[in-house]
Design a protein. Structure first.
Lengths: 544, 95, 141
């Protein structure tokens, strides 16, 4: 994975000092909150319901054991001993003091971490496929490109005050494990007919108040043009994105309003210009970065068989372990969705354990997924049983990957100042209702996502079942949606009907799931049956 | 009743205007009548509070209760981690 | 009046800036003011005779001016490029990197803070119109 050189280190160190001074000027009153807010957001610091919240960047979801240990340390020293992994592969701490924030950033900088641009109207964390470098279906590891984009976007002076936030995702396979088409810019690494590697570039996707799937803007972008082309995309957005209404300020609105063809035309015109400015890093820089993502020294001649005699272990293997491109290895998914608990949360002890497992068993590398789980990407099959035992002892071995119990939920009104309704208690009720893992397995892949408000941090539009918390006359109410997907079969979930109370929506989900099992054809997931039979049978069963 | 509430600038703690100063405990909140905006303005300028707002509340036997669920959660703490709550017993649901 | 800061060696241009509309109808103006919605490329044929282009920043969160400045410098403009309006000390560095070399701020700018912030970063990741060598260039000579 990427390692800082002295330039990278100097940048984050300078940023710590800059922020320390900004905090000083805020606390002394030299700066008003209005002036300070965009600056603290650009360092990932929110003011939430109960305290400041700090969102630490985990670039494209990749981190080392040492970095993970630091995240545990931050939780213990500055917070209340836990952290929350997010749908953009970052981690959040909910109980931060403003006065501690500069010291936290200083400690993070010692392990090559930061909170740069994890909030604010700027380019955010570049996300990537959590199986990068391990999956057999990728053309190349997408992360060197994500790192190139990370550096290019860091403190980019022209794009620090965009109309709104900007999220970029990079994938390298036809299977989309990063919800790429629901990003402001999505990049898929492809090969053209000449066998050259480049990108299919999408722009204008997103969720929130007006969810949209990104159209293709450029079928093939040579890799050498990546930065100058994305620069053109951003410049057109910075100049012409709406600034009159924050709910209409994302690039998806611009692309929708002027049309995909016109946006693409403007970008191509600007690109003819930006291409001449020498913005693109040379191939040597790309190679330097790519070398840091070279495959780890996989052993050969390893045993391929897994001893499945322990039935609980076998169940966990079947659900959580995914094929690796190197023989004898496997990809391990660690669930942060215990049947009783809070989706995406991990205690400092659990974080430390996962760090140790990564160091010992996964070439010191782990990933955070946008489904709020953790991945150990390079595990020997021979080590799976030992790992499972350790995870099980720590409450991290729930075998529910992509099942209904693998709920994605934003922090919601329990923590977030933007929320209209709580999402975590609802997630807990759903998890309890479907606690029976045999039943979960019978229901199969069922991606359930909960957002506590229209900002859609829970990605509910991309849920096979999505839930949106709303404020109905001062009471929490929940809208139910079906049929979304953030995978390559990207679709936006549709509202089923009038909203429900918290208990009501749990019942409605159970009803819907029963409709699915009564109507499903062989091999159909919930979302497949819904797409085939339409909403009518579900609506009738739920609303009578 | 009208209550003024905000967050402490330095710690981020939820705070409630007591009539004399700021308290972390909603039980200490007073009815500010029509003076809320003025108090908020003065206190924010003096850096004694960050982002103050005037909210509706009800005086009950159990003390002041904010009208909106968001503020009741601010008063109580996260309902899913009562071990971290300042007032785990605080009633969240509307009576 | 506003706090005027210049990083140019030839001082600040005193002549009042006309609007883009007025400029396009007037042959002898040497100073023009662009609003965030004006197209800076309309000035490209006239850059040689302009001594001052003032770009409005009506609210510091409105970042359109950063693109305006960059576009003008990319087009070869060498005169005074002034950011005017809600300019705060923390924006001076990114504005300079986008080509601005003078600032007319609505509220006073603390010079000590400005100097301190301006000296924090030895290096930058991106190539911009400020001519600084980006980190990738320094890495590869």
């Amino acid at each position: 994975m990427y390692k800082y050189d002295e330039y990278d280190q100097a940048v984050v160190d300078a940023r710590v000092e800059e922020f320390r001074d900004q905090v000083r000027r805020r606390i002394s009153g030299e700066m008003t909150e209005d002036q300070f807010k965009p600056l603290r957001l650009m360092n990932g610091l929110y003011l939430q319901l109960h305290a400041y919240m700090l969102r630490v960047a985990i670039p494209y979801g990749t981190l080392s054991g040492r970095q993970m240990h630091m995240l545990a340390h931050i939780a213990r020293k500055y917070d209340k001993d836990y952290g929350h992994f997010t749908t953009r592969q970052n981690i959040q701490y909910n109980w931060i003091k403003l006065s501690d924030a500069p010291d936290i950033l200083a400690e993070l900088a010692t392990v090559e971490m930061h909170a740069i641009q994890t909030s604010g109207n700027c380019i955010r964390n570049i996300s990537a496929d959590q199986y990068a470098g391990a999956a057999a279906d990728e053309i190349e590891d997408p992360r060197p490109y994500a790192e190139l984009l990370r550096q290019w976007s860091t403190f980019h002076p022209e794009f620090s005050y965009l109309p709104r936030k900007f999220k970029i995702a990079v994938i390298a396979a036809d299977e989309d494990r990063a919800a790429m088409k629901l990003h402001d810019i999505g990049l898929q690494i492809v090969r053209n007919d000449a066998g050259e590697v480049g990108f299919r570039l999408y722009a204008g996707g997103g969720m929130g108040r007006t969810p949209m799937i990104a159209p293709v803007i450029r079928d093939f972008l040579p890799k050498a043009d990546l930065l100058s082309y994305v620069e053109a995309c951003l410049r057109v957005y910075n100049r012409f994105g709406r600034r009159d209404n924050i709910y209409k300020a994302r690039i998806k609105i611009l692309v929708h309003e002027i049309g995909r063809d016109e946006y693409a035309r403007q970008v191509e015109e600007e690109f003819l210009h930006t291409k001449t400015l020498g913005l693109d890093a040379p191939e040597a820089e790309f190679q330097r970065i790519a070398a840091l993502f070279a495959p780890p020294p996989f052993e050969t001649g390893l045993p391929d068989e897994i001893d499945r005699s322990d039935p609980d272990f076998a169940i966990w293997v079947d659900q959580q372990v995914v094929a690796h491109k190197a023989p004898g290895y496997a990809i391990v998914n660690i669930s942060l969705k215990p049947t009783i608990g809070i989706p995406g949360d991990a205690s400092s002890a659990q974080i430390d354990l996962m760090a140790d497992l990564a160091t010992e068993y996964s070439f010191d590398e782990m990933r955070v997924t946008h489904a709020q789980n953790i991945v150990l990407p390079h595990v020997k099959k021979a080590d799976l049983y030992t790992i499972w035992q350790k995870l099980d002892a720590a409450g991290l071995a729930t075998p529910n990957l992509d099942l209904i119990g693998d709920i994605i939920a934003c922090p919601g009104l329990d923590y977030c100042a933007l929320a209209n309704a709580r999402s975590i208690p609802l997630a807990q009720k759903i998890a309890a209702r479907f606690a029976d893992l045999d039943r979960q397995r019978d229901l199969g892949e069922l991606k359930l996502k909960i957002s506590g408000c229209i900002n859609a941090c829970g990605h509910h539009h991309a849920g096979h079942i999505g839930i949106l918390g709303v404020d109905r006359k001062g009471e929490e109410n929940y809208q139910l949606l079906f049929g979304g997907s953030g995978a390559e079969d990207t679709s936006l979930a549709k509202i089923v009907g009038p909203g429900f109370s918290e208990d009501g929506v749990v019942d409605a989900i159970e009803t819907a799931v029963n409709v699915y099992t009564s109507l499903r054809a062989d091999g159909e997931r919930f979302v497949d049956t819904y797409r085939r039979v339409g909403e009518k049978p579900f609506k009738e069963a739920i609303y009578g | 009743m009208k209550i003024v509430t905000g967050n402490d600038l330095v710690t981020g703690d939820v705070t409630w205007w007591t009539g004399k100063g700021w308290s972390r405990h909603v039980a200490d909140a007073v009815d500010v009548g029509a003076d809320g905006e003025h108090i908020a303005h003065v206190e924010e300028a003096a850096l004694r509070v960050n982002g103050p707002v005037v909210i509706d509340g009800l005086m009950t036997e159990a003390g002041p209760v904010p009208a909106h669920i968001k503020d009741r959660i601010r008063a109580a703490g996260p309902t899913v981690r009562t071990d971290l709550s300042i007032r785990p017993d605080f009633q969240i649901e509307k009576a | 009046m506003g706090d005027l800061i210049s990083f140019r060696t030839d001082g600040t241009h005193e002549e009042p800036a006309v609007t883009l509309d007025a400029f396009e109808g007037q042959s002898n103006a040497t100073a023009v003011r662009l609003e965030p919605t004006d197209d800076p490329r309309a000035l490209i044929p006239h850059l040689e005779r302009l001594s001052l282009i003032e770009v409005a920043f009506p609210k510091f969160r409105d970042g359109r001016g950063y693109s305006v400045g960059s576009i003008l410098r990319e087009a070869g403009y060498t005169g005074e490029l002034r950011a005017a309006g809600d300019v705060l000390v923390d924006q001076i560095l990114p504005m300079r990197r986008c080509g601005f070399d003078s600032f007319l701020a609505d509220a006073p700018i603390d010079r000590a803070t400005m100097e301190k912030l301006g000296s924090l970063y030895d290096d930058v990741y991106q190539k911009t119109v400020d001519g600084r060598s980006p980190i990738w260039a320094k890495r590869h000579g």
